[in-house]
Each structure stands twice: as C-alpha cells, then as structure tokens.
Design a protein around this ligand. Structure first.
Ligand code: AMP
Ligand code: MG
Length: 341
C-alpha cells in the first residue's frame, strides 16, 4: 500500500447515504438496537465504520475491532513501510524467495487469480509503472522509452509463489508487488468479520469507495449506497440497497491531472503502461470486498465489452460500467435493483 494520501479524503467514490446513522439512534422502544458510526484515517483514506448492535457497548466494541483490524492490515500489507512482509519480498527481488504469512500468501494468490480472470487487466506487479507516473505526487508524463524499459518488470506471470514453502519470489531486480488495488476491499472483508465476532448484528465498513455490508439494518431492506457520477461532482447516477455484499468503484476521476486537455489518471493499462481509456468508472458488487476491489480495476482496463462479458459469466458478481463516452451499462442481475437517486 502507498503512503497516506490525505488528498483522497474528499474523493470517496461511493457515498454511504445513511443519514440516520450519525451518532447513536434508538430504533424501537422494546428491543432497541443502536446504530453507531465512527470515522478515522487509515490506509491513506477515510474509513467509516457503522455498527448495528443490541446496545451501545457492543456497537462501540465492534467499531473498535474493525478499526484495529484495518490498522493491522495496513502494517501487514503496506509497501511504504520497509519492514512489512511485502516490502521484504520486493527488496529481495532478483535475489531470493521470501517466506511470508499464510494471510499474505493467500492475498497474493487471490490477486493472481483476479489477474487471470481479467487477462492481466488487474496486475499487482504494476508498481514500477505506477511510480513512474506518480499521478498525484509528481504529475509527470513518463517518456515512452522509460515505460518500455519498465515493461519486463510488470510481468505478473513471472511472480513465483510456492504454497508449500510459503514463499514468494520476484525473479527480476526492480520488480515489486503492490496490493494497493485490492487491499482496501480485503481490509473491509476482514474488518466485517471482526465486527461479527464482537457481536454486531449488522454494519458497514467503508474505506473510501470500498464498502462491505453485513447483517440487518433496522426498518430497511438493506444499507443504501449511492454510486457517484464520474463527471459531476456531488451527483449520483444510482442508488442500491446492499446486505451481505461488497461494492467497489474504480474511477478516472479519483486521482488525475490534466495536460493539454488530456486526462491522465491513476488506473494504468498494463499493456501500454498508459492510463486506461475505455471507461470513466466501473462499479462492481460481489460477496467479497477483495473480489469487488480487484475486479473493478481489472474491468476498467478490459473495457465495457470484455468487462461486462466477464461479469455475466461470474456467479454473484454484478457491475455498472460507465464507458469512455459516458454511457451507462448495467449487468443483468442489477437492472431491477438500481434506484434513481
Ligand atoms: P483502486 O484504489 O482499487 O481503484 O486501485 C487503484 C490503485 O491500484 C492505483 O492507485 C495503483 O496503485 C494501482 N493500479 C493502477 N492500475 C492498476 C492495474 N491495472 N492493476 C492493479 N493495480 C493497479
Ligand atoms: Mg480496485
């Protein structure tokens, strides 16, 4: 994961539209569940945790458990901390395999599966190219020659994972694994598990636009989530109610700069190492946040046609794609579920 980016605060892709959730609200006089919400900065973004529980002690404990889990994963997965497991793997690139925890190994294996599914559209080896662009930090358009030299370093197929020895080996010096494109969705999944263990009966963990919901929300069919218009700040294109589902959006409006009328943004096409151009935003709904987070980026690169074909093939995965011209394409399982904002 990257260094904290405080400028992303205002750029949440999806807005959690739960006005009743400010503070702590009693719903029924007889068996009153409480709803509590807290916001903190982690993983370079705003993390909002909402808990539904039988009493305030339980909801407070559940919220704390969620934040503790996000903080733990930030340490485990970040690549800006030199002592994290993935930083060690990266430091030993071209030299030796590095043993990692089961959890890190599993996350890398699942990331490689999403790379396969999206024909390399989602690519955890893209770090050197992401750095060459440094879209928010330097606003630098790399020379073609520089990108050409980086190409062998972003080859995710060359990543060697040995499940028995629990090692990961990057065969070329300068290669790097960066799970920034999937880590927030994974953190939302894990934080929700901790909330359930702490006794919450429902809730939401939202790391900016990576949102996971679970359980009940009193007097509603689900947790209402708004999907942002990619070109009109503050406007929504649709609303949807979610329960026991995750939602994640990749958009070209999140981190970008413009030069000579051209938008350069943070989602790169691993083939060209240029910003991917076929979509303005891709929202994926899946059971797991990790899957939604990885797929949104991968589908953004694949484009509307290949991306939607993939979504229709996958069970329990839905998507809303805004193509390069601003046209909205909705997967078959979502058409009856979207509401106008
Ligand atoms: P997300 O926050 O899930 O939209 O992921 C975007 C981040 O993932 C970017 O800021 C990059 O660090 C990284 N990234 C960019 N392009 C890709 C890609 N094609 N595959 C995987 N990660 C990417
Ligand atoms: Mg993503």
């Amino acid at each position: 994961m990257k260094a904290p980016r405080f400028h992303t605060i205002a750029r949440g892709m999806l807005c959690l539209v739960m006005t009743v959730m400010a503070g702590c609200v009693k719903i029924q006089p007889t068996s009153p569940p409480v709803i509590s919400k807290r916001i903190q900065m982690h993983m370079g973004t705003l993390v909002t945790v909402t808990a539904v529980a039988s009493d305030k002690n339980v909801s407070d404990r559940a919220i704390q458990a969620a934040f503790d889990e996000v903080k733990r994963l930030e340490q485990l997965l970040s690549t800006w901390r030199s002592d994290s497991e993935l930083s060690l793997v990266n430091a030993e690139a071209g030299r030796r395999p590095v043993q990692v925890s089961r959890e890190t190994l599993q996350l890398v294996i699942r990331s490689l599966e999403i790379a396969e599914l999206t024909h390399g559209g989602f690519n955890i080896a893209l770090g050197p190219a992401v750095e060459a662009w440094s879209v928010t930090e330097r606003q630098h358009i790399p020379e073609k020659e520089e990108l050409r030299r980086l190409k062998p370093l972003v080859d995710w197929k060359s990543i060697q994972v040995d499940s028995e020895r629990r090692t990961i080996y990057l065969p070329h010096k300068g290669m790097r694994i960066d799970v920034g494109g999937i880590g927030k969705g994974y953190a939302a999944d894990r934080a929700v598990e901790k909330m359930k263990q702490a006794g919450a009966m429902g809730g939401v963990v939202a790391l900016s636009g990576d949102i996971k919901t679970f359980g009940v929300v009193p007097e509603r069919r689900g947790f209402p989530v708004g999907i942002r218009h990619p070109r009109q700040e503050g406007a929504l294109i649709a609303m949807i109610d979610l329960t026991d589902e995750a939602i994640s959006t990749a958009g070209d409006y999140e981190r970008f700069f413009e030069r000579d009328g051209v938008r350069y943004h943070h989602i790169l096409d691993p083939q060209t190492l240029q910003p991917a151009r076929a979509c303005q935003s891709v929202t994926v709904i899946a059971k797991e946040g990790m899957v939604a987070d990885g797929l949104d980026t991968g589908i953004f690169v694949l484009g509307p046609e290949g991306g939607m074909a993939l979504v229709e093939r996958l069970p329990e995965v839905e998507a809303i794609i805004i193509d390069g011209e601003g046209k909205m394409i909705v997967s078959s399982g979502l058409r009856d579920r979207l509401r106008t904002p």
